[in-house]
Design a protein around this ligand. Structure first.
Ligand SMILES: Nc1ncnc2c1ncn2[C@@H]1O[C@H](COP(=O)(O)OP(=O)(O)O)[C@@H](O)[C@H]1O
Ligand SMILES: [Mg+2]
Length: 360
């Protein structure tokens, strides 16, 4: 990671910081690649977007790598188009500006900016072949479905192609931070353990070399960490705990903080006493309405208590810092909601003790 305030080319740059920036910058400096993982539907894509927003708000350059290609990532940044293999600008520099006007190195993401790209095995293979002098045949190989034949012959090759591309992006320092929106847990476990599997199976050649590079990336906490996302509910918390231990044991990847997504605010208002409150406000409510209001308040209150209990159970069983993201009551997550989520994550980051233990 390029240290705060210095450019890759060594020239000094001056920055304007938002108040929480130092915390976020040192958090992001812990690892160049954050793989956002978790069970389907817990908010991986949304939290990957929020982490990217948070880092860019702190003046960092961010590349989001999307693997499953839905449109959630684009729409969170206010774009309608789906992502492509070539990098798209999701968000140009805003809060933080480079004041001396020097241009960033060619191909790099500018500071304070979020770029994103889709990485599929087919595209990664095409590029791999082109880079290795097989450009002429590469298109034909992919369009004729050779990739499918190869994948069934060599299990894990698809994952290695994708992770190999991520490794290349990391090695080329295209951005201060690369945020990977990983597949859902089951697949993510296979995805991340493919490299060590192949390393054990392949005796030599380019596949083994690629697998070795990927294992090196995944097992170096300064280069790659997994951020697990979960919901503050019984089953998702159980799954997050299991996934965390498996990721450490089977993949050997370091774990960053866990994001607990969808935290609800305690209900406001007068509490379990709609009748006196209505009387005070001079509103006449029938008994059924009063009962319904009391029920709604009690329900919200019990949800909040349940969420708090699950979050503290997660903390007790998994000794990792937690970042809490609020449940956003909104039909869709767009730039305004994303900013709110990013700020919540930044607040969580600011509360992490500086010397967070890094998993072996
Ligand atoms: N904190 C949140 N508040 C409100 N809605 C959310 C939140 N996080 C995610 N969502 C919504 O939940 C759904 C699933 O989120 P998504 O990020 O696509 O999950 P995943 O990538 O894990 O499948 C989406 O409709 C998303 O907009
Ligand atoms: Mg997703």
């Amino acid at each position: 990671m390029v240290p705060a305030g210095s450019a890759a080319d060594g020239r000094k740059r001056r920055w304007r910081y938002a108040p929480n920036v130092m915390d976020v910058r040192s958090f992001c400096a812990q690892s160049r690649v954050l793989v956002v993982a978790g069970k389907g539907g817990v908010g991986k894509t949304t939290m990957a977007a929020a982490l990217a927003r948070m880092a860019a708000d702190a003046g960092l350059s961010v590349l989001v790598v999307e693997l499953e290609g839905r449109t959630g990532m684009s729409s969170a940044f206010g774009h309608a188009t789906a992502l492509a293999y070539d990098a798209t600008v999701l968000s140009a520099a805003g809060a933080t500006e480079v004041e001396d006007g020097t241009d960033p190195p060619a191909g790099a993401v500018p500071p304070g900016t979020v770029h994103a790209r889709m990485v599929t095995p087919d595209d990664a293979l095409l590029e791999y072949l082109a880079d290795h002098g097989m450009k002429r045949i590469s298109k034909r190989l992919v369009s004729s479905g050779v990739i499918d034949v190869v994948s069934s012959a060599i299990p894990g090759i698809r994952d290695i192609l994708v992770l190999g591309k991520i490794k290349q992006l990391e090695r080329d320092r295209v951005a201060d931070l690369i945020v990977v929106d990983a597949p859902a847990t089951g697949h993510a476990m296979t995805f991340l353990s493919s490299a060590s599997g192949l390393l054990a199976a392949a005796r030599g050649g380019p596949v083994r070399a690629q697998a070795a590079d990927v294992v090196e990336l995944l097992t170096d906490p300064a280069r790659c960490q997994v951020v697990l996302v979960t919901l503050p509910e019984e089953m998702p918390v159980n799954e997050a705990i299991e996934a965390a231990y498996r990721l450490e044991d089977e993949v050997g990847v370091a774990l960053g903080p866990v994001i607990v997504n969808g935290i609800q605010e305690p209900p406001g208002g007068p509490g379990l006493a709609a009748a006196p409150a209505a009387a005070r406000a001079g509103v006449v409510l029938d008994e059924a309405r009063i009962a319904a209001l009391d029920d709604a308040w009690a329900f919200r209150h019990s949800r909040v208590a349940l969420q708090a209990a699950q979050a503290s159970r997660l903390g007790a069983e998994l000794p990792l810092a937690q970042l809490h993201a609020p449940f956003v009551f909104s039909a869709t997550i767009g730039p305004a909601e994303l900013e709110r989520l990013a700020r919540a994550l930044a607040m969580g980051v600011a509360a992490i003790p500086q010397q967070q233990p890094v998993a072996p």
